[in-house]
Ligand binder design. Structure first.
Ligand code: ARG
Length: 486
């Protein structure tokens, strides 16, 4: 029986119980626990403690035997959690307390040394950064799958005409390939933004302790290198106060979800009877409890709807941080529920969006028919005259005049009699009719990034290279670090 602390010597009492004579109120315990949120970081918490034990041994603070006991004890906890032989105790204050208490249960006195030169303040920052590293890789893997789906759709639809819109009004013809490549490029930016966030989070906070570093001879650099960090953080106060890595990633997640939401908005109206550009698979549609004919694009709507939740989580994080003085404040414990909710929402949305569009049927003949009306070739009529030397502003006026006549006659530009063209400008020749078909309007747009099939092929090649360059071999081990047995 130890005489340190008057309440209990139970390893599972709160880590700080020694100074207190009264136990906490049951409601207080329930209110302050973070175990429901942080238990998913169990494996990285263990990984961090194993590295810490190695560092403590190297620094002469524990013996080799104690180091081995700690490492093996933690490994057994990890194995038992993995195999479901051990359950996280939901009455523990947090995952750090649970792991430390379970370790001491298993190995005795040596377990009480694992927290030497460490505080939960630097420990939580470490766990979050380690966990984030794997979260980002996992999400990036899903993004690459999504980009591959888009590349496949693009490759199969390079010639498939589709009206392009601005202000939701017919603008100029493009192709389905060009359209889905536009989505793909958004997701490449999301991918690289996440890489940037991971890079900035790649500094180890451990050894900053509660706020003021340690008088013990810790080797922060060694521990950081064991955990795969590039370097250590530069200021102990900043180390335990910083949550920029969550704020930054939550911002990236918000942008990514916004991209999904915009694409989903298009899917929703493309799936209407009026548009009929896409037929979603029955697996990714729902029906109505009253209207037997309905096939609703609920998954696209839900992804769009969940965007508010992701923004909300981001704003919650920013608001949580805005008034906090240095260094650690307990407010920061709230970071996990917001960040994890945003992350879980985004990663499942990416997966579901990819499946939804992978299994969709694209009604390319309906899309092509949509390019027939709406005067999508009016710019090409003007460009025809520009090629013959007319100033663009004048050519714009000539084309607008022809559009006006066509509207009056309720016909397409290509259905106007050649005499109308001749009247509008002596520069027109009969070849105008060959040059303003929707196919020609697309084919001629060969500027870099334009919709001409030859240009879209370049995008497809570039996107394929992006996928290849960013596919890493180590991905399969990611799941080892994400505890899901909750
Ligand atoms: N559970 C806390 C968090 O998630 C970490 C523990 C720090 N607690 C403390 N009382 N200093 O932020």
């Amino acid at each position: 029986m130890s005489n340190h602390g008057t309440i209990t010597n139970d390893n599972h009492a709160a880590l700080w119980h020694g100074r207190f004579q009264e136990g906490p109120d049951a409601d207080a315990v329930k209110f302050e626990t973070s175990i429901n949120d942080d238990m998913r970081m169990a494996f990285v918490d263990i990984m961090g403690s194993q590295a810490h034990a190695k560092m403590l041994y190297k620094s002469g603070l524990i013996s080799e035997d104690e180091q081995n006991q700690i490492i093996n004890g933690l490994e057994s906890i990890k194995d038992d959690l993995k195999n479901d032989k051990l359950k996280v105790d939901l009455s523990a204050e947090d995952i750090h307390s649970f792991v430390e208490a379970t370790l001491t249960d298993r190995i005795g006195e040596a377990g009480k040394k694992v927290h030497t030169g460490r505080s939960r303040n630097d420990q939580i920052a470490l766990d979050e950064k380690l966990y984030l590293r794997y979260q980002i890789k996992k999400l990036q893997k899903e993004l690459l799958k999504l980009i591959s789906v888009l590349v496949k759709i693009a490759s199969e639809n390079k010639e498939a005409l589709i009206p392009g819109f601005t202000h939701m009004q017919h603008a100029q013809p493009v192709t389905l390939a060009q359209h889905v490549c536009a989505w793909a490029w958004m997701f490449t930016r999301d991918f690289t933004r996440l890489s940037d966030a991971a890079k900035r989070a790649d500094l180890s906070p451990i050894g900053s302790c509660a706020l003021a570093g340690s008088g013990l001879p810790l080797n922060r650099e060694y521990e950081a290198s064991l955990l795969g960090f590039t370097a250590v953080t530069d200021n102990s106060l900043d180390s335990v106060s910083d949550r920029d890595y969550y704020l930054e990633t939550a911002s990236d997640l918000s942008i990514l979800q916004m991209h999904l939401s915009r694409a989903c908005e298009e899917i929703v109206y493309w799936a209407t009877t009026e548009f009929n550009f896409v037929d979603l698979s029955e697996k990714w549609s729902t029906g109505s409890s009253i209207m037997p004919q309905k096939k609703n694009p609920d998954f696209a709507e839900l992804i769009r709807g969940k965007t508010g939740r992701v923004y909300g989580d981001m704003v919650a994080l920013f608001t949580m941080m805005k008034g906090l003085p240095l260094a650690y404040d307990r407010d920061m414990q709230e970071d996990k529920s917001s960040f994890f909710e945003a992350y879980d929402t985004v990663i499942s949305s990416v997966r579901i969006f990819a499946e939804m569009i992978r299994t969709a049927k694209w009604n390319t003949s309906v899309m092509a028919a949509g390019c027939d009306g709406g005067y999508l070739n009016a710019t090409d009529v003007a460009d025809y005259l520009v090629r013959k030397g007319l100033p663009f502003r004048t050519a714009h006026g000539v084309s607008a005049g022809l559009v006006r006549i066509a509207i009056e006659k309720n016909c397409k530009l290509e259905e106007l009699d050649f005499s109308e063209y001749e009247k509008a400008s002596p520069l027109f020749e009969k070849d105008i009719f060959d040059l303003i078909t929707p196919e020609k309007c697309v084919e001629i747009r060969k500027t870099t990034g334009g919709p001409a099939p030859s240009e879209v092929q370049k995008q497809i090649d570039k996107l394929s290279a992006f996928i290849k360059d960013n596919t890493s071999a180590e991905e399969d081990s990611i799941d080892d670090f994400i505890y899901t047995g909750v």
